[in-house]
Design a protein around this ligand. Structure first.
Ligand SMILES: Nc1nc2c(c(=O)[nH]1)N[C@H]1C(S)=C(S)[C@@H](COP(=O)(O)OP(=O)(O)OC[C@H]3O[C@@H](n4cnc5c(=O)[nH]c(N)nc54)[C@H](O)[C@@H]3O)O[C@H]1N2
Ligand SMILES: Nc1nc2c(c(=O)[nH]1)N[C@H]1C(S)=C(S)[C@@H](COP(=O)(O)OP(=O)(O)OC[C@H]3O[C@@H](n4cnc5c(=O)[nH]c(N)nc54)[C@H](O)[C@@H]3O)O[C@H]1N2
Ligand SMILES: [Mo]
Length: 708
């Protein structure tokens, strides 16, 4: 390993053998503890750490193949410089010095005109606090580059939680095992939250009833006692309908409501507008299903048994995603479910992670400047904008790390057009030549989780984890931190914060001036540490809201001129609102990929086979489509060609384009995001990937096509 790499003062990988404790870096609620077996400096196996209760020694199929990804023959092992036209994917190797020198020179020249013309673009390729926003944030803060609003995943739900419960907080995931009723709401847990599913099975064995609320009949839905296949974007209506039934049947914990909530008379009035018939009409389900769901939830209260809701982000990628989260988050307070440790709800636990972001990211380096904030969802539009007073300077340079925007950002026709601009200077830090890397001027090889230090909080449990490097960097790869340290040095910046090594950054993450929040020695010894979170956090109220109560009515929202109460906010593209595009399309994750990561790992891609569009038999029949027919899926934003699969997983009127395939593996070099829109959610400026109307046409078979 070159001695210039400052990842840690005292790690040597030469001929190392043994087991190294780490953490899974992926954007997943489970954040598993890993054990990597190393033989003579080579990682031969990655397993779940059996000592970590949340991991229980079990990994998902994807991450158990992690060595296949790290040693993949297509891994980028040297810096690459573009030689062909933009997007041609043609590169030549260059040495690190030449690459960093030229990149720093280009950025300096742009920054002299206006540093805001430089935009960092990153998301959750790794969730590590150090390899995501530490040295990179310091670099861009010092530069004065545009800031990025990183809201492409969870922002609407997050804001809904903040406005109702006061933060990203909720039940401890392990207590779902003791619940008597579990609502799995907007989540395909078996695919995207596998370790939670173990608790569900435990509860099921103890007699719990499990109900799934999801437009798609997922592998999770088919294993539940009941499946409520509502229309996408109608969850708030369903939650209001449940409230209606709780009220008319008096399944309400009046004492809890009185002591620990605000806004009840107003919410009561709102909910009484939503009788089961109205809800059924909006959600496209039978009214009896609304009544029976309410009965199950209400009966738990009547019997003094715990009812738990596992919400996930699937239900908030629509216009009204923030309000829908607010509406669901009111339910446990109405029945006092929070009194039980196995009652209440969990969307995200990330609000409990005690990160010292200011110490990691150093916003003081902005030195009083307030750069513009660009939303990562509208990168397609923004790359095509000229300078203006409202927008600021035209984007001249884009530095992409931990993300694959050409595949994952909405309305990719525009994203591609923007990335293809010859006058745009693009640098991509990557493991592989992704759809985004194809458009780079420089690709810089980054290390994988086996090769660098990091620390991790979690959003699906309440432990924090340390990742120690198991092997030396493969080829000439460098950690993101080291790449930004190298760029800072070439910019001539001498602040000591640009010299800190990765182990120091790991220690900084949970440090606080009045004492560390996590014992770093415990992380070094065990690989994980459990945060001190009460078992039933809101049994006595004490919500982290301004009022200390569960806020049915949010004065903060009302002060912004918004509705203070949760409501059903129809989709931007609501079912039935367009004669041209009669089908609603959702594009949830495929089980064996993690967003667009792992798509290039052959053994996993073989399981997923090829991109498909799931369609209900009625919708298929009406269009002359059968399984295997190549179809054109289209709307005002573009066309996407894909094979159809007539499937009982789809309800009438809704089609599913499972994500997120690399564009270059699609039939026409496109993926489902060719059709999704750049509009935003009601709260939090989030994405609306599942709020998208389309039409589907069978493609005329080549041998029957009329001559033209
Ligand atoms: N295997 C795998 N695991 C993953 C991911 C992955 O790509 N693959 N992605 C990770 C990421 S980025 C995240 S954010 C997390 C959370 O991951 P999410 O993307 O939230 O995934 P799911 O929990 O599967 O939730 C999606 C489910 O919501 C359903 N859904 C779609 N629209 C609606 C709606 O309007 N209402 C309701 N009720 N349901 C709807 C979909 O059919 C799908 O089953 O998981 C992570 N885990
Ligand atoms: N249609 C549709 N689109 C969606 C979604 C959907 O459900 N439907 N889901 C959305 C959601 S929830 C999310 S979170 C986003 C996810 O979007 P992204 O966060 O962009 O996720 P990935 O596609 O996994 O791309 C991450 C990239 O980071 C790289 N990477 C991993 N680790 C490192 C590292 O240490 N250093 C560097 N330099 N690179 C690294 C990986 O190789 C990978 O190419 O996509 C969104 N897009
Ligand atoms: Mo996400």
């Amino acid at each position: 390993m070159p001695s210039s790499i400052r990842i840690s003062p005292n790690v040597s990988f030469e001929k190392a053998s043994g087991k190294v404790r780490g953490a899974c870096p992926h954007d997943c609620p489970d954040t598993c503890a890993l054990l990597t077996t190393v033989e003579n400096g080579v990682a031969v196996k990655v397993q779940g750490n059996p000592a970590h209760p949340q991991t229980g020694g079990v990994l998902c199929t994807k991450v158990s193949r992690y060595t296949e990804r790290s040693y993949h023959p297509d891994r980028i092992l040297q810096p690459l410089k573009r030689v062909g036209p933009k997007g041609s994917g043609k590169f030549e190797t260059v040495n690190w010095d030449a690459a960093l020198g030229e990149i720093a020179g280009r950025l300096q020249a742009i920054a002299q005109r206006n540093p805001e013309a430089i935009v960092p673009y990153s998301y959750a390729g790794t969730m590590g606090l150090v390899q995501s926003e530490s040295m990179a944030a310091r670099f861009f803060n010092k530069l004065g580059a545009s800031l990025l609003e990183r809201t492409i995943c969870s922002a609407a739900g997050g804001e809904g939680l903040v406005q109702t419960l006061g933060g990203k907080v909720g039940m401890k995931v392990e207590f779902f095992a003791e619940a008597k009723l579990i609502l799995i709401w907007g989540s395909n847990s078996i695919a995207s939250n596998l370790h939670f599913w173990r608790y569900v099975q435990e509860a099921k064995r103890q007699g719990a009833k499990i109900i799934c609320i999801d437009p798609r009949r997922t592998e999770t839905a088919e294993k539940c006692h009941e499946h409520i296949a509502l229309r996408p974007g109608t969850d708030a209506a369903l939650a209001l309908g449940l409230m209606h039934e709780l009220i008319v049947n008096d399944w309400l914990d009046h004492a809890y409501i009185e002591s620990h909530t605000i806004g009840w008379p107003l919410l009561r009035e709102r909910a009484l507008l939503w009788n089961p018939e109205r809800v059924a009409e909006v959600c496209g389900i039978p009214a009896e299903q609304v009544r029976s769901l309410a009965r199950d939830y209400g009966q738990c209260f009547a019997k003094g048994e715990p009812a738990a809701i596992r919400l996930n982000y699937g239900m908030q990628r629509v216009h009204g995603g923030g309000n829908a989260t607010r509406a669901v988050a009111c339910l446990p307070a109405l029945t006092g479910a929070w009194r039980h440790r196995a009652g209440g709800m969990l969307l995200s636990s990330s609000g409990t992670v005690p990160v010292n972001r200011a110490a990691l990211q150093r916003p003081d380096l902005l030195a009083g400047r307030q750069p513009r904030l660009l939303n990562m969802i509208s990168i397609g539009d923004d790359l095509l904008r000229e300078s203006s007073a409202a927008f600021g300077p035209k984007i001249e340079a884009l530095i992409v790390y931990n993300s694959n925007p050409v595949a994952v950002a909405p309305e990719s026709g525009k994203v591609v057009q923007g990335f293809a601009r010859e006058d745009l200077f693009t640098v991509v830090l990557e493991h592989f030549q992704t759809d985004t890397a194809d458009y780079a001027d420089f690709i810089l090889p980054a290390t994988t989780q086996l090769e660098h230090w990091d620390v991790h909080g979690a959003y699906g449990h309440t432990d924090v984890l340390l990742n120690q490097p198991a092997i030396a960097p493969v080829g000439q790869a460098r950690p993101n931190t080291e790449i930004f340290r190298g760029l800072a040095a070439r910019m001539g910046w001498t602040e000591p914060c640009f010299l800190e090594d990765d182990e120091t950054l790991c220690r900084t993450a949970f440090s606080h001036p009045d004492g560390d929040r996590v014992d770093f020695n415990e992380l070094l010894d065990k690989g994980f540490a459990t945060l001190p979170v009460p078992d039933a956090p809101f049994a006595e109220g004490r919500f982290p809201t301004p009022s200390g109560k569960c806020e049915f009515f949010s004065a903060r929202l009302a002060a912004q001129g918004l509705d203070g109460l949760p409501n059903h906010v129809p989709n931007h593209e609501a079912a039935g609102s367009s004669a041209s595009y009669p089908l609603a399309m959702i594009s949830p994750p495929a089980r064996n990929f993690l967003n667009s990561s792992f798509v290039n790992v052959k053994s996993l891609r073989d399981i997923e086979s090829e991109p498909v569009l799931e369609i209900h038999a009625d919708d298929a029949l009406a269009r002359g489509i059968s399984t295997g027919t190549v179809v054109k899926v289209f709307n005002q934003r573009g066309n996407y060609r894909v094979k159809a699969e007539v499937s009982a997983r789809a309800r009438p009127g809704v089609v599913h384009g499972l994500g997120i395939w690399w564009r270059k593996l699609g039939l026409d070099g496109t993926n489902v995001n060719q059709l999704t829109s750049q509009q935003l959610t009601d709260l939090g400026h989030g994405p609306v990937f599942y709020d998208c109307l389309v039409e589907v046409q069978a493609e005329v078979q080549a041998d029957t096509a009329p001559a033209s």
